[in-house]
Design a protein. Structure first.
Length: 336
């Protein structure tokens, strides 16, 4: 059998973003900051009627791995409210004057999905074509940071007669140092394509996590109750250990031994099977204290699991706690 559902612990559709094209439809969702998305999801759990406007207090906008600056809060709000819309993204650049008539433009981030090498090549082409004036030299000083992520540093050296801000504006205008990200938050909901707002997407994720936690807890409960049943049988076997061993030794085979144990001591078929799976030496050497301690632990777990399943609010509390734990463990600072 193949799994039909990935029980994702985080809203990966928002965190990682996606780009997809199919027949007659497409999706384009940017990546987001883990801490912000978790904060918005927790707020939605605590306030089920929260709107996209409310959630935008936590999710400030996209968070691209290469940094950049996203412009126009109105456009960003529109994209998250309706699921569609353009948002302008610029690479970060600083004009640096060292006081020796040697002015540079230092580019430290580039827009999402822009290839750094292609960007530099395009700049060089524009200089050669005389469409971009005032540039004396262009070089890539990028390296990796301590975490292995690319640390962007493109140095644009300007001529003494150049107007730095005019050159920077020309770079934004004629190259992909400024680009537009077109939101298209289309996703499959129960197999049906649906355009989602931020609140809608997080709402579906919360529903998904509720179902995952519920089914996981039900599974754990079944496992714990099955173990409790076996432990009760083993404790009972210890109360009559000599008689139990005698019955097993006298039996002609395993099926007859199982039937005899069930008849004489009232064991269930599962309990009898667990007893018969143990060697007689191990059965005789069972320590009551260890069995009773394990039984107490299992019964405490059963009580906890039943308590979680007793209320949707308690299931949501588990969802919330797990989200907060993941954000604390893996969250990082916004880059865009």
């Amino acid at each position: 059998d193949e799994p039909q559902v990935l029980p994702a612990a985080l809203p990966n559709l928002l965190l990682n973003g996606t780009l997809g094209i199919a027949v007659g439809m497409a999706t384009n969702i940017p990546p987001h900051n883990l801490r912000e998305v978790v904060a918005a999801t927790v707020h939605l759990i605590e306030n089920p009627d929260a709107t996209t406007d409310d959630l935008l207090e936590f999710v400030k906008g996209p968070d691209f791995p290469m940094g950049g600056v996203a412009f126009n809060h109105t456009d960003i709000k529109h994209a998250y409210s309706g699921g569609k819309g353009p948002v302008v993204v610029r690479g970060e650049a600083e004009i640096v004057d060292d006081g020796k008539k040697d002015t540079k433009i230092i580019i430290t981030s580039i827009p999402y999905r822009v290839n750094k090498s292609d960007l530099i090549v395009r700049m060089a082409e524009l200089v050669q074509e005389k469409k971009l004036e005032g540039i004396r030299d262009l070089r890539d000083e990028s390296a990796g940071d301590a975490n292995g992520r690319p640390d962007i540093r493109i140095v644009v050296e300007l001529k003494g007669t150049a107007h730095p801000q005019a050159v920077l504006n020309a770079l934004y205008k004629h190259t992909e140092l400024e680009s537009t990200f077109h939101y298209n938050m289309l996703a499959l909901v129960d197999g049906v394509p649906e355009m989602l707002s931020l609140s809608g997407m997080l709402g579906h994720f919360v529903d998904h996590r509720q179902e995952v936690v519920k089914r996981r807890t039900e599974f754990d409960l079944r496992q714990a109750e099955a173990r409790e049943h076996i432990l009760i049988g083993l404790c009972k076997a210890l109360d009559h250990i000599d008689e139990v061993i005698s019955v097993i030794k006298k039996a002609a085979d395993i099926p007859s031994a199982s039937a005899a144990l069930q008849k004489k001591f009232g064991f269930s078929q599962l309990q009898a099977a667990a007893i018969l799976e143990m060697r007689l030496s191990k059965l005789a050497g069972l320590e009551r204290k260890k069995l009773e301690d394990e039984l107490s632990e299992v019964q405490a777990l059963i009580k906890k699991l039943k308590d979680i399943l007793s209320s949707p609010k308690k299931i949501l509390a588990v969802v919330k706690a797990e989200l907060i734990e993941l954000a604390e463990k893996y969250g990082d600072d916004r880059r865009t």
